[in-house]
Design a protein. Structure first.
Length: 453
């Protein structure tokens, strides 16, 4: 029997197991995942048989929080460039955030992005609709079989889509029939901190004080308030980029499918600490801020014990010229989608996580949390979204490797061992050993929900 593609002689990591095996692909779908070595005839009858030579074979990662800057901020990045950075990092599906220019706050805005991505994206794509103080009607008529959820800014960040009307917030939490994904920082606390510290330093605030402005208290207050509101209304709440030890304790260790309130942690909060402000400077300035090593350790433990459900990037490219300045003036955010999977596997090599946990939190759990159709696993009948990763040769990450339009990475100078060498999207090889396929393209993500009628 003929097959389109076989990947063999690899270590498959899937569903909390690691085993030597092979994968058979026909068209867009996986037709077999098996242990051991394929029969010689199976290899001979494949149109393309790839010996991965002992590399790891993983499901493609699913990133639920990226800012691809399209439309309106495309000097930093766009769907074309950033989706190719994702492919180079083994990320085969993304969910893009709405704080573009103009912001994505209507169903027609979402439709425009979906049509645009169909012609631009190298990987699978999806787009949040953003909440404002006055667009509840748009949120209620949205088709959440095509949209992952509503993005709600409870603290201002790039694009300033802050929602602060209490009645609007109550109605969103009460009436929206979908995931409400929040940027959780208390705006009043941030403003008070900013005014005080700016006065104290006469406006020249060193970047190491960014966590004093975007303080842990701002995160704790906002997240506690959001959880209380979600419990009151029975909302499906998802807290993005958790950054403090105190917040972690607010979440449950129940199995993911039992939770109405879930949490995400970003790779940069698991990798960096506030000690890095002195060496990396504004490159590690993020919202919420990177905090202490103790917070980082607590986040790692929260991922291990199940309080934190998924890992994402908050990929947020800015030009280096926009990152110049101090804690008040430098842009917040950094590109991470190309190196998030290698970084997480590096932490596994250091004994902080297992590789199986990394795959669960970056591949399986996002698919489960958002009910994505036939993705996130290496299973018969699922789309063949696959990353092939080697770990035997150290290399130095440099700005020159960055495929993001902004042309830099906060990991510049970092030695890693895990490297994505091939990425497959819907059964097609879109990335191989530094080269993006010229015809790389993805599909719109589908969610197993009934349209909101």
């Amino acid at each position: 029997m003929k097959h389109d593609l076989i990947l063999f002689n690899g270590t498959i990591i899937n569903e909390n197991r690691s085993f030597k095996g092979y994968i058979v692909i026909d068209g867009e779908l996986i037709t077999d995942v098996a242990e051991g070595s394929p029969d010689k005839t199976l290899i001979e009858n494949a149109t393309d048989a790839i010996d991965v030579k002992g590399a790891y074979i993983l499901p493609g990662a699913i990133d639920d929080q990226v800012h691809f800057r399209d439309p309106g901020l495309t000097h930093k990045g766009d769907i074309f460039t950033e989706s190719r950075a994702a492919a180079a990092g083994g990320v085969t599906s993304f969910m893009d955030m709405p704080n573009t220019k103009p912001p994505t706050v209507s169903t027609s805005d979402v439709e425009w992005k979906l049509a645009h991505a169909a012609n631009q994206s190298a990987v699978n794509y999806s787009f949040f609709i953003g909440a404002t103080n006055d667009n509840l009607d748009e949120l209620l008529k949205c088709d959440y079989s095509r949209v992952p959820g509503v993005k709600l800014f409870l603290g201002s960040s790039t694009g300033n889509m802050l929602v602060d009307n209490e009645e609007t917030l109550n109605r969103i939490f009460r009436d929206v029939p979908a995931i409400i994904a929040i940027h959780s920082e208390d705006e009043a606390t941030i403003r008070e901190n900013r005014d005080k510290i700016a006065h104290e330093y006469n406006g020249e605030v060193p970047v190491r004080l960014h966590p004093a402005i975007r303080s842990r208290e701002a995160c704790i207050i906002s997240t506690r308030r959001a959880i209380d509101r979600a419990r009151k209304y029975g909302s499906r709440l998802h807290v993005l980029h958790v950054s403090t030890a105190e917040e972690i304790e607010m979440f449950s260790t129940e199995p993911l499918d039992k939770k109405l309130i879930t949490a995400e942690v970003c790779a940069h909060h698991l990798w960096f600490s506030d000690a890095d402000y002195d060496t990396i400077g504004t490159r590690v300035k993020m919202n919420p801020a990177v905090k202490t090593a103790a917070d980082r350790d607590a986040l790692r433990q929260g991922l291990r014990d199940g309080r934190l459900d998924i890992v994402a990037t908050d990929h947020a490219p800015h030009l280096l010229s926009e990152k110049e300045g101090n804690a008040l003036t430098a842009a917040s955010g950094a590109p991470m989608v190309q190196f998030s999977l290698p970084v997480m596997l590096e932490l596994a090599d250091r004994g902080i996580f297992t590789r199986e946990l990394v795959v669960d939190k970056m591949c399986h759990a996002p698919a489960e949390l958002y009910n994505i159709d036939k993705r996130g696993y290496l299973r018969k009948g699922y789309y063949a979204d696959i990353a092939v990763v080697t770990s035997d040769t150290p290399y130095e990450v440099t700005d020159g490797m960055a495929l993001s339009r902004c042309g830099w990475t906060p990991l510049d100078g970092t030695i890693l061992h895990n490297r994505v060498v091939m990425t497959f999207v819907n059964g097609k090889k879109v990335y191989s050993h530094g080269t993006i396929s010229p015809d790389a393209s993805g599909h719109e993500l589908k969610y197993n929900r009934k349209p909101n009628i």
